[in-house]
Design a protein around this ligand. Structure first.
Ligand code: SAM
Length: 279
């Protein structure tokens, strides 16, 4: 189907923005209209629907359809990288994990639970898993460590589960982790794959953060980074309250570097910028 940007009427743009906001909290305010037009025009060119209104009628009435999933995907950004915002991983390795492992040992438990709440293509949960595995090896003993990794986009989850990346993408991985936790992927391409030990520590699942969560806490630490920026304040407020509830006592919350909790009512202890603790 050949579509040009002019066929997006203000009514259609409003309809798309309202459905996206209602379904996943992404706030496509008026300034985002060009983005909607550009990204949806591309998407619609590839679709088999006869008109834009047919496409919207189908996608917006069926939030579980592939079309709706593609629509959300094309309007959100999945930008991520290994060890992005590296001070979070430093804090995890140097301050939090040694204390957590000592506490668990003293309590006769070996269970460690982390959550990457908007995991995108997997670089974040794998960076967490490498950091945790390194700490477990240093501590010795047998541990039951699991990193839950969720995202609303089925497309990014597919890439994440594969755990294979272009060599350029793994450049930020610290050298001592590269040798232990990355290997050449099978096949003719020059891809690098996260080793099975690290991959098996990460459980990927589809989850819309605005909907009920099909798991219970307590979780030891949550990375909820660079997703709240797309939500408005009331949506952020609800999410922060739910994240606090699912964390265990002493649990940590890491937010993206442009996502402070300023203006949000919460009970977290401020540790350092974008790092918070449930006390
Ligand atoms: C910019 S990426 C952030 C990735 C990673 N956390 C990081 O900081 O590098 C934002 C991710 O949030 C996901 N997302 C957007 N809305 C969501 C929602 N309502 N529930 C779950 N994930 C969502 C997108 O699919 C995207 O993969």
């Amino acid at each position: 189907m050949q579509l040009s940007a002019e066929i997006f009427t203000p009514g259609e743009l409003k309809r798309i923005a309202a459905a996206v906001y209602q379904h996943c909290g992404i706030n496509l305010h008026e300034g985002k209209q060009e983005l909607i037009q550009a990204r949806l025009t591309k998407l619609l060119r590839r679709s088999s629907f006869a008109s834009l209104s047919d496409y919207l009628d189908h996608a917006l009435a069926n939030p579980d359809s592939d079309e709706f999933s593609e629509l959300i995907d094309s309007l959100s950004t999945n930008l991520t990288s290994f060890f992005r915002e590296s001070d979070h991983f430093d804090y995890l390795a140097r301050a939090f994990l040694p204390q957590l492992l000592a506490r668990r040992r003293a309590a006769g438990s070996n269970c460690i639970r982390g959550w990457s709440a908007a995991s995108s293509t997997g670089e974040e949960p794998y960076s967490i898993a490498m950091t945790v595995q390194h700490a477990l090896e240093a501590a010795g003993g047998t541990w039951d460590a699991l990193i839950l990794a969720t995202d609303i986009s089925t497309r990014v989850l597919k890439i994440a589960r594969e755990g294979s990346y272009d060599p350029q993408r793994v450049e930020p991985v610290p050298p001592q982790f590269k040798t232990k936790y990355l290997a050449k992927a099978r096949g003719p391409h020059p891809f690098v794959q996260v080793v099975p030990k690290i991959r098996s520590m990460v459980r990927f699942a589809h989850l819309n953060l605005l909907e009920p969560w099909p798991f219970v806490g307590p979780i030891d630490f949550i990375f909820c980074r660079n997703v709240m920026i797309y939500f408005d304040k009331p949506t952020q407020q609800k999410l922060i309250t739910r994240l606090w509830e699912i964390l265990g006592p002493g649990g940590m919350l890491f937010t993206g570097h442009s996502e402070s909790l300023t203006g949000i009512a919460h009970k977290f202890r401020y540790v350092q910028p974008t790092i918070y603790q449930k006390t």
